[in-house]
Write a protein that binds this ligand. Structure first.
Ligand SMILES: [Zn+2]
Length: 734
């Protein structure tokens, strides 16, 4: 199985109130299955220490679904397992490359699909834990191994004998009688080799290797600094009075957060990844709102965790890398392999939406300014005021109070009677909690998923609560990927950052959290329903601008009346949510969408600005580049800063979303359009669910995504459903 670029480009996610999700999808499918070829370590030659006999990664797990034996895995196991995994993988790949027999699909492509089993096992677990339960030891291993794994990938992709075999098969692909999936796999391999530099001269290959190594070091360092800066920017408060406006549960959580940081008696407001911070919605103390906001936007800007130089070098380095590969800039390189195809298509898609979004945002700002003036505020609306006054407008115009709805969204109800219930209605799958499967943290829960025909389908892990060892946001990945060739069924996980309730208290979610659960579970379904032969094409191995389609699509079921009524029950009385309150939630969905769309477009266009720089452009000054870029695309509203500033935009600098942040909105076109197909065809029926599963969810990357979508929808996607859903276009009557 071959993965694009950075073997550690796992995840980095995000979420915020008032927004549709923009979580990163965790590519836990990474794991090149190839070995490092005589690549020297920073210290010398790579000679892994002999593997302890009991290393838990050395053989396939004997647990159900080959679940990782977390009860036997210690921090000390990872580095030797990664090293040994690379060594074994090297031997396998060398054997394939040096095979004296003429290249065939079986002895080359399929043989590569079978290679790298140990490395895959350890990387999937290691990649997951460095995001969801990291510590200084794991961070050090990650820093050590990231450049070595990048070099390992290069050793495979830049191996001329191996490429010659892949190319020979690619050239004959139309005469080999391959089934469609196998043919797709051949094309994928060939494309990945070419995109990794297989056709370059030796001198250019050497230059590329150096850039790849530097990139992997810089992305790892960027992630580490953002995590450190985010933890360091948490706001510590001495008195409860300062938190006026927050709910009792949020205050208790702030006290708990202080306790876990050895500051008993104090209160800690922790930061989320995004620019805007959820407590700003409630904090009455304007100075504290400003302080929280400043703590957020100053992350990575100065101090020991400064990320500016890393970001500007990464932008330059990626441009240089792309030039070597024959592209004018990184965005052109990246989008060549996406559904959008060119940066021009993606940029136009977004700039077409800018006027409607900013006009709506300006209207929202004017409405709030009026409110401030009516209250005799005597100040101009600032970004740290936005959510606070937006909430007041929401209460006044929609009469919806977040604290009124939370008691109806108790986590376990949402999970079992909402998320699982919807999946059962559509796909007839069932869930049983298992307490006997080892876990990596006491908060993690495991469910066995049974298919409609009664056969075991997958294992599903859920890790809901925030903690300092976890990156911000929400994401999905797999400890075990599906493959008929390898006889493997999926073990998939969802990670979220819900506030952990004080002990003994129920976890009461916001509607935004509820939506997050449905979102991540949509990714999980994509992994669990995967029904393909080859691991490289399994589950979410689809273009980035397609990968958020199943997840965002699944969000729609949260508000489906039969689903909603089933899970939205008062946690104490069991009473259904009053219809008036349900109506308010629905009505308020388009509320603040001018802001949400604008802050998203600003971040996504900023991403494009960075990644359309050419290779000969000088290193950019972040503090000048960013405002100029925002102005160029007309998304420079003071009150609506980008959802991420350059200095903490982990999606693009620390994750796999470089020149790809637009993908969420692109996928949203698909998900809204697909949802409208359901509405036009009788809604949430078992038959419709099966059709969607068969034509989209089960197919992974075995077919062209545009063609797959067309087969499901009967035509190409259109943007109107998205504009209607976001309130940027009028809903048609009826
Ligand atoms: Zn997602």
């Amino acid at each position: 199985m071959i993965e694009p670029v950075d073997a550690f480009s796992n995840t980095k996610p995000t979420m915020g109130a008032l927004m549709r999700r923009h979580h990163m999808f965790l590519i836990a499918l990474l794991s090149s299955r190839f070995a490092i070829a005589q690549y020297p370590t920073p210290q010398g030659t790579a000679v892994p220490a002999p593997l302890a006999r009991q290393n838990p990664f050395s053989a396939a797990s004997s647990l159900p679904f080959q679940a990782p034996p977390f009860d036997k895995i210690g921090d000390a196991d990872f580095q030797p397992a990664i090293e040994e995994g690379m060594t074994r993988n090297l031997a396998e790949v060398e054997a394939i490359a040096n095979n004296p027999d003429a290249p065939t699909f079986a002895n080359t492509i399929e043989a590569m699909e079978r290679s790298g089993a140990m490395l895959t096992r350890v990387q999937r677990v290691f990649g997951a834990l460095t995001q969801s339960n990291t510590n200084p030891t794991l961070q050090r291993i990650q820093a050590d191994e990231a450049p070595r794994l990048a070099a390992h990938r290069d050793a495979i992709y830049l191996n001329p004998k191996l490429f010659a075999r892949v190319k020979a098969i690619y050239d004959q692909r139309d005469t080999l009688n391959l089934d469609p999936e196998s043919k797709e796999l051949v094309e994928r391999y060939y494309r990945n080799f070419v995109r990794a530099g297989a056709r370059l001269s030796d001198a250019d290959k050497t230059a590329l290797r150096a850039l790849n190594k530097e990139q992997s070091q810089l992305t790892t360092e960027y992630r580490k600094r953002v995590l450190n800066a985010t933890n360091a920017s948490a706001i510590v408060l001495d008195t409860k009075e300062e938190l006026a406006g927050l709910s009792d549960a949020d205050i208790a959580a702030a006290a708990e957060a202080a306790k876990s940081r050895n500051m008993p008696g104090k209160y800690v407001l922790t930061l989320q990844n995004t620019t805007q911070q959820p407590p700003q919605t409630y904090l009455e103390n304007r100075a504290l709102r400003e302080r929280l906001f400043n703590g957020s936007v100053q992350r990575g800007d100065g101090g020991p965790n400064d990320t500016k130089a890393i970001a500007s070098r990464l932008a330059q380095l990626r441009a240089q890398r792309s030039k070597l590969l024959g592209f004018p800039n990184y965005a052109a390189f990246n989008l060549d392999d996406e559904m959008a195809k060119t940066p021009e298509n993606a940029i136009k898609f977004m700039t077409d939406m800018v006027p409607a979004a900013t006009e709506k945002a300006r209207g929202e700002a004017a409405r709030m300014q009026k409110l401030i003036d009516q209250q005799g505020g005597g100040f101009k609306l600032q970004p740290w005021d936005w959510q606070f006054y937006a909430e007041q407008v929401r209460k006044a115009e929609y009469d919806l109070d977040e604290s009124q709805v939370r008691p109806y969204f108790e986590l376990d109800h949402v999970l079992r009677d909402g998320v699982f219930f919807a999946a059962n209605k559509l796909y007839a799958i069932t869930f049983k909690e298992r307490k006997d499967v080892p876990i990596y943290h006491p908060d993690v829960r495991v469910f066995e998923v049974t298919d409609a025909d009664g056969k075991p389908l997958a294992l599903f892990y859920a890790d809901f609560f925030s903690r300092p060892s976890k990156s911000g946001g929400a994401w999905t990945g797999a400890f075990v990927g599906q493959s008929k060739l390898l006889g493997m069924k999926p073990a998939v996980y969802n990670v979220e950052n819900f506030t952990k309730p004080a002990s003994g208290q129920p976890a009461l979610l916001s509607f935004s959290d509820v939506t997050t659960m449905f979102h991540e579970f949509g990714h999980a379904l994509h992994g669990m329903f995967s029904n393909v032969k080859y691991p490289t094409l399994a589950g979410s191995s689809v273009p980035r601008d397609f990968v958020e389609f199943p997840s965002q699509f699944n969000e729609h079921w949260a508000l489906e009346p039969t689903v909603f009524a089933n899970f939205a029950k008062h946690y104490q009385t069991g009473a259904a949510m009053p219809q008036a309150l349900v109506d308010k939630i629905k009505k308020s969905r388009t509320f603040n969408q001018g802001f949400a769309t604008t802050e998203y477009l600003a971040a996504a266009l900023l991403d494009m600005a960075w990644h359309t720089l050419s290779a000969d452009a000088p290193l950019q000054d972040v503090t000048k580049f960013e405002p100029e870029a925002l102005e160029r695309y007309h998304v420079n509203m003071t009150e609506v800063p980008p959802r991420y500033h350059t200095t903490y935009f982990s999606h693009i600098w620390g994750g796999g979303y470089a020149a790809g942040y637009y993908a969420y909105l692109w996928s949203e076109v698909l998900d809204d359009d697909a949802y409208y197909w359901f509405r036009e065809h009788g809604g949430m029926t078992r038959a419709n669910g099966q059709r969607y599963r068969d034509l989209i969810l089960s197919r992974g990357g075995t077919a062209n995504p545009a063609a797959m979508y067309r087969e499901f929808r009967g035509r190409d996607p259109i943007v109107e459903p998205l504009l209607i859903e976001r309130g940027l276009a009028a809903r048609p009557p009826g």
